[in-house]
Each structure stands twice: as structure tokens, then as C-alpha cells.
Design a protein around this ligand. Structure first.
Ligand SMILES: [Zn+2]
Length: 71
């Protein structure tokens, strides 16, 4: 967790400027690459793959259920 000595407070990685500086005083407090990674990976891409797979699976089960009800 980034710590700003000038402001004497901890910062949530999401509230640090994208270039890794303190949003209050401009002091460099975090690795920009790390901040970017933290900000862009709030919802990991594999989570959406899992959601899509689940939707397809449930859709398929629904089709099977309808077929079972009709026949
Ligand atoms: Zn600061």
C-alpha cells in the first residue's frame, strides 16, 4: 500500500495518480506499473471467461429442460 511521507497517510492504489504520484502533493509514492496493474485488474479477464462459460452452460441446460418438457 503506497504511503506518502509528506501527507502522512496511506493511499489506496486506486486513488494514486496513474503516474504513481500522490494526488495531493505530487510526491512520487508508487511504482507506476504497479498502480496501472492494480487499476486495470480490478475485474480480471478470466472472470468474464468464466461468466460467459456459465451463461452458455445454463443456456444449454435450459434448452435441454425445454426439450424435456415438450417431448
Ligand atoms: Zn502526498
Amino acid at each position: 500500500m503506497p504511503w506518502c511521507e509528506t501527507c502522512e497517510r496511506f493511499y489506496n492504489p486506486n486513488s494514486v495518480a496513474p503516474d504513481g504520484t500522490c494526488s495531493k502533493c505530487g510526491r512520487f509514492i508508487a511504482d507506476p506499473a504497479e498502480v496501472e496493474e492494480q487499476q486495470s485488474s480490478r475485474i480480471p479477464w478470466h472472470f468474464w471467461v468464466l461468466v460467459v462459460a456459465l451463461v452458455i452452460y445454463l443456456g444449454w441446460r435450459l434448452v435441454q429442460l425445454i426439450e424435456w418438457l415438450v417431448t
